[in-house]
Design a protein around this ligand. Sequence first.
Ligand code: SF4
Length: 235
Amino acid sequence: MKAQRREYLQALDLQPWMRRQGPAGAPQLPGGAAQGLGGALQGPGGAADAELDWPELRARVAVCTRCGLSATRTQTVFGVGHPQAQWLIVGEAPGAEEDRQGEPFVGRAGQLLNSMLRAVGLAREEVFIANVLKCRPPGNRDPTPTEAGACLPYLERQIALIGPKIILVVGRIAAHNLLATDAPLGSLRQRTHVFGAGRVPVVVTYHPAYLLRTPTEKRKAWDDLKYARRVAAGG
Ligand code: SF4
């Protein structure tokens, strides 16, 4: 088991003997208590998003035209993983490769996310991985508030169906949309936020694509993962 952990930490460019800097166990603060947008939108079928089961939700997303991104996508990227996962990973939006393959977090960023998950003892198949946006913004531009607002009810329904113990939000855009804040990502880390009426614990860390560009931040991401593991364990 120790050898396995060493392998995962090496994938994160971290030495197993490194210790976290600063005080251990930052206090959990009451979070931004983002309230969901209600999932009240209806599709042509009539039922509200909040009433859909997994197949109905998947089918609705697949043909969605609620925002302009439907015109430029190759396909929607619904999300992947265990339907009753304890960990839900939420990113921003599909990139070019995700748009082609129809699966979130593929390519190099996806491989790094897999390593990050394995570092805390989780296989990709055990968690559920989704994005706030189900369609790729052209040129990987930031999604507009209108686009994010149109798509968020789908993620809210996914959260309700999964019932996760923790939501790990990766990256600034996803954090801003899920927590209804514009605070810098650095100030959102190492705290426990909550999402929706169910007050699901939310922990924020860096996006794997950012970590690939800025490997010096990987150690902070490791600290965030350990923090998230404590939150998921109820501590
Ligand atoms: S981004 Fe979301 S709301 Fe917009 S078309 Fe795609 S699935 Fe629909």
